[in-house]
Design a binder for this molecule. Structure first.
Ligand SMILES: NC(=O)CC[C@H](N)C(=O)O
Length: 220
């Protein structure tokens, strides 16, 4: 294998180590990837620019945005995520951090204005209302009809601002939610993925990370 791809996981704050472990377990488990893959944590601009893709984890989007600004990483992050040759995956707070527009508390967060959506933070209520729901993702991940998706003070996508380039991957059915469901997973162009839930917390279930590697990282 001649080529190597490097996936970075933004490690300023939040659930980054779980993403590192899931990605590393995919690399160790699946022998049919057609390029070598390496995973690294990202805290500096130098670490960032070695990467072909970046996972922005869950955590607290306000804190993540503030730390990025205080450590002077924000401008590099902005340029990196806007480079169409890079693959970006935001989960939960990461989804909030990459979005164009926030419905609430928007003034506290300087977002990266990459994903053309309006996001509603904490859409399901407080920490105690966190939940795991089995979801059928088989329309975009082969045979994946029972993925245990963990929602922790999760956001939802309230509005798609650029329907030509943003594709809804999954709508969540919950009692009392709009008839066609709440948007919790989207893809923008062929290099940006965003999920309101935490696939890295699905213990022993590598299907979502394998999907990101195969459909995003290895396709470029
Ligand atoms: N699990 C999470 O990432 C929670 C996100 C958090 N509610 C925020 O607004 O940043």
């Amino acid at each position: 294998m001649s080529e190597t791809r490097c996936i970075g996981v933004l490690a300023l704050q939040g659930a980054f180590i779980e993403h590192v472990h899931h990605l590393q377990r995919c690399i160790d488990k699946f022998s049919d990837y057609d390029k070598a893959i390496r995973v690294t944590t990202v805290r500096t601009a130098q670490e960032l620019w070695q990467c072909d893709g970046l996972v922005i984890p869950g955590g607290e989007s306000t804190a993540m945005s503030l730390i990025a600004q205080r450590t002077n990483l924000y401008d590099d992050l902005y340029r990196f995520v806007h480079d169409p040759n890079k693959c970006i995956w935001g989960t939960c707070a990461g989804l909030i951090f990459i979005s164009d527009n926030l419905m609430t508390q928007g003034n506290l967060i300087n977002t990266l204005k990459l994903l053309h959506v309006t996001v509603k933070r904490n859409a399901f209520g407080r920490q105690a209302q966190s939940f795991i729901q089995k979801c059928d993702f088989s329309n975009f991940i082969d045979n994946c009809n029972d993925f245990p998706a963990t929602f922790i003070r999760a956001p939802v996508i309230d509005e798609i601002l650029d329907p030509e380039n943003v594709e809804v991957l999954y709508r969540l059915d919950k009692p009392d939610c709009p008839q066609d469901g709440l948007i919790v997973a989207v893809k923008q162009n062929d290099n940006i993925l965003a999920t309101s839930f935490h696939p890295e917390l699905a213990e022993d279930d590598l299907r979502f990370h394998d999907y990101f590697i195969r459909e995003f990282i290895l396709k470029r």
